[in-house]
Write a protein that binds this ligand. Sequence first.
Ligand code: FES
Length: 80
Amino acid sequence: MTNITQPSNLPIIDQHSSPKCVRVCQNRTCKKQGAVKVLAAFIALPIPGVTVTASSCLGQCGNGPMVISVNLRLKPICQR
Ligand code: FES
């Protein structure tokens, strides 16, 4: 039986002191779906205290330009 009470080796992240950031995938599939414009929009409209960066594949290829936020709540916007 595995002892699951041992502490993890993963770093403990204090979400209250960690920086807020937005990452926009700039990999091939997301670029085909407009990720360059999405990143440009985030950069053009900066959010105080939030860092915006390009990212590699976020593992959701084909689901539109993927954006993740870290320590930040974004409201989803869907346009159909
Ligand atoms: S290419 Fe963007 S999530 Fe994979």
